[in-house]
Design a protein around this ligand. Structure first.
Ligand code: GLN
Ligand code: ZN
Length: 767
């Protein structure tokens, strides 16, 4: 019997019942000791190893666990602690690690956090300066290796590779030569590897997902120098270098020629280039092929995976093949076991992390000829049922989408003409004021929703409650003197979930949590079928609001790209198609809102930037269809109806032509924290439509005064036409309290008034 190895690159750390979150937050609140938190960590790790072992996985990771984030752990391990934390050497303990991760009262500002490649997972950004030095400063990987060893498991510890670590960090104060840093970094890595080796590790997994990026010659050289140095410094220790999240393309040769014992390929996102890579795969290396997708929730298609694996088997033979996940499983929910509310049929199409473990074992078994025929037959049957299911396919939706032509992707008139119609209709002052949509979600609002969901509050009573909140919000907006009103979003807890629950083709889990950052987990909706809007979703709230006031009320929707980006999307059709289907559903809502007398409609697209492909050469294609999807959603309306969009947490420089392509009449963006720096891109681009740069940072409880906001507005006027400027906060106000919001918005209106007076008196020059 010729057994084939199986591995996972990492396992979710949060616990089936979110044990990690509960323990961590209790620790932060001073209710759980550091030792008790460590104990929770040990129990979780033990449970994960035992689970994977019981599932038949032969190569298990260690050091994939983290109390907060694996990149932050790496910074702690390497002793890369920014100077402001006052660290004087010695082991970096939990307290310091958490201080780096999150600001607490009186501590130095926390490190920045940003998205891990194109996932929704956020890592803590390493900081580098010219005099950054590295020093082994934690025992974490060694302790965890020993822990597993005491269970009889020799793990393959995971480290983030040096070049990925350096690439993901940012320069805090002046440019830093990464090659110089690498030279300082390598001895510490070598020390770590030596210690792992002497502890008994045979293999170490080095994650270098930078291979999915565009790399320059210097970066490729750094990669080669790194692994050549390890081969020399730590002979006999085998390294498995992994790449994931994309194709290798022009990095293929560089990757295949790394002087290491094993290479891991992403056989899901990199499927198309597999034949080429397998043909060139070096004879002496071990091949880990990730055919089970670590980033989705779908049952594997064994026929498709076996094709890839058989090709790999031919290339390297059973001995040198490992059947693996495409990437770590931290991006997938943990288990279907705790989803009693999902129906059997739907469940039979899904695989979360634990079900993926079983898939790996079965695939390896089928490949080696040791598994029963039943596993394959069952998988084929489940996938066939999904392919044919009428729950997935809605011929009307497909037919409608097929009919979409250029006419549906464009407003009736160009912006200048629309603008004239909108001005005549809306009659807004210079520097019109508005908000981004949500007002404070008070405990009362949350309680009412929770009661309604549990069936403790009748639908009619809940609706009355929401109407009452809206009534108060309208009075509030009247009293503050805003120009364009919103209804306040009291009926929704989440801008994606709310729409998902009202659309066909979506389902929701009870416990399908995925780590977003630190102790923040999300439960993304699952889009399993063709998306259709069975009936209006927001019209009743918007038109109720409009009846209460003469001021224009802005309808509030979430855009197609954002809905897809924050959900698990189906894998049986291109992402673009799913997004266009959502675009159609939003289009119907936009049309109905207009019919109901709503003259201003905002479609939020905060996730456009994060959906950007990893490779620059793919950006233009993505931005083109993302903008088309937005225009599909927004272009059914008359000239006089004003379409807004909103984006936050984004670096706009790279994508401005894409944003302009949305052709929204007005865009509001987050700019106050960067003191209008982010606006520079719009100025340089000569952004043609109207724009509302946020003048008030909603992430902080601090209330800025009017003069501060006016100064930001003055900044915005340098380089943008005055008559294109709106005045609004950075983002929605749902996380804030009413008192701060009241004061801040009063100041905002004051700032707008003052700017208006000055502009009318000709004191500011505009362009
Ligand atoms: N309309 C949403 C709100 O105000 C926008 C949220 C967002 O951009 N993240 O809450
Ligand atoms: Zn926002």
């Amino acid at each position: 019997m010729n057994r084939i190895q199986t591995s996972i690159l990492g396992y979710p750390r949060i616990g089936e019942q979110r044990e990690l979150k509960k323990a961590t937050e209790a620790h932060w609140a001073g209710k759980l000791s550091a030792e008790a938190l460590q104990q929770t960590g040990r129990e979780l790790r033990r449970a994960h190893w035992e689970k994977a072992r019981a599932a038949g996985i032969t190569v298990l990771p260690s050091n994939d666990f983290s109390f907060y984030d694996q990149v932050l752990d790496m910074s702690c391990l390497l002793g890369n602690v920014p100077a402001r934390f006052g660290w004087t050497g010695g082991p970096v303990d939990l307290t310091l690690m958490f201080r780096m991760a999150r600001s607490t009262q009186g501590s130095a500002p926390a490190c920045e956090m940003t998205k891990w490649f194109d996932t929704n997972y956020h890592y803590i950004v390493p900081e580098f300066s010219a005099d950054t030095a590295f020093k082994l400063s934690s025992d974490k990987p060694f302790t965890e290796f020993e822990e597993a060893k005491s269970l009889g498991i020799t793990t393959r510890p995971v480290l983030i590779g040096p070049v990925t670590y350096l690439t993901l960090g940012k320069e805090a104060g002046g440019p830093v030569d990464r090659e110089k840093l690498l030279a300082r970094l390598l001895p510490v890595y070598a020390e770590i590897l030596k210690r792992l080796k002497s502890a008994g590790a045979e293999w170490v997994q080095m994650d270098e997902p930078v291979f999915a990026f565009n790399l320059n010659e210097a970066q490729r050289r750094m990669l080669h120098e790194t692994y050549a140095a390890f081969a020399k410094e730590v002979p006999g220790l085998k390294l498995m270098v992994t790449t994931y999240f994309g194709e290798l393309r022009d990095n293929g040769e560089s990757f295949l020629s790394l002087p290491v014992a094993g290479l891991h390929l992403d056989g899901v996102r990199g499927a198309a280039e597999l034949p080429k890579l397998l043909a060139a795969f070096p004879k002496e290396k071990v091949l880990s092929l990730g055919v089970v997708n670590g980033r989705n929730v779908w049952k594997n298609d064994y026929d498709a995976s076996l094709k890839k694996l058989q090709a790999a088997q031919q290339a390297v033979g059973n001995e040198r093949l490992i059947v693996s996940t495409s990437c770590s499983l931290i991006h997938s929910p943990i288990t279907l076991k705790n989803e009693p509310a999902l129906d059997q049929e739907l469940k039979s199409w899904l695989a979360f992390a634990d079900e993926k473990l079983k898939e790996l074992r079965e695939l390896a078994g089928i490949l080696a000829g040791t598994a029963s025929a039943q596993a394959l037959a069952e998988n084929q049957a489940a996938n066939a049922s999904r392919r044919k299911s009428p729950r997935i396919h809605n011929p009307q939706v497909k037919a409608r989408l097929a009919q979409i032509g250029p006419k549906e992707l464009k407003r009736g008139s160009p912006f200048t003409k629309r603008r004239a119609a909108q001005r005549a209709k809306l009659n807004l002052p210079l520097f019109p004021t508005t908000t981004i949509g949500s007002f404070p979600q008070t405990p009362e609002v949350r309680q009412a929703r929770a009661k309604f969901r549990k069936g403790e509050l009748e639908a009619a009573d809940y609706d009355k409650f929401v109407e009452e909140e809206i009534r108060k919000a309208v009075q509030f907006q009247e009293s503050v003197g805003l120009d364009v009103f919103v209804h306040g979003e009291f009926e929704r807890n989440d801008m994606v979930e709310y729409f998902g629950e009202l659309l066909d083709g979506f389902t929701f889990t009870k416990n399908g949590w995925v780590q977003s950052y630190g102790s923040r987990y999300v439960k993304p909706p699952i889009i399993f079928g063709d998306v259709r809007r069975p009936k209006p979703m927001t019209v009743r709230w918007s038109s109720f609001t409009q009846k209460l006031t003469d001021k224009p009320v802005k309808g509030m929707l979430t855009g197609p790209v954002t809905i897809a980006q924050w959900s698990f999307v189906r894998d049986d059709q291109p992402r673009k198609e799913t997004i266009f289907q959502i675009g159609l559903a939003i289009r119907d809502e936009v049309t109905d809102l207009e019919k109901a007398g709503i003259g201003v409609i905002q479609i939020d697209e905060p996730a456009v930037r994060e959906g950007l492909p990893l490779r620059r050469e793919d950006w233009a294609g993505y931005l083109t269809w993302a903008a088309e999807a937005f225009r599909l959603a927004s272009s059914s309306v008359k000239d006089e109806t004003q379409i807004h969009t909103h984006m936050c947490y984004a670096e706009f420089n790279d994508i401005l032509s894409g944003i302009a392509d949305l052709d929204a009449d007005v865009i509001s963006i987050e700019t106050s924290r960067s003191r209008m720096e982010l606006l520079g891109a719009f100025k340089k681009f000569k952004y043609p439509n109207e724009i509302g740069p946020g003048v008030y940072d909603i992430h902080s409880p601090r209330v800025p005064d009017a003069s501060e906001m006016e100064a930001l507005l003055a900044e915005a006027q340098k380089g943008l036409p005055v008559e294109h400027l709106w005045v609004n906060p950075d983002c929605g106000l749902k996380t804030r309290g009413w008192q701060e919001v009241t004061e801040a918005l009063k100041h905002m209106v004051e700032a707008a008034q003052s700017a208006r007076e000055k502009a009318q008196a000709g004191q500011t020059s505009g362009v």
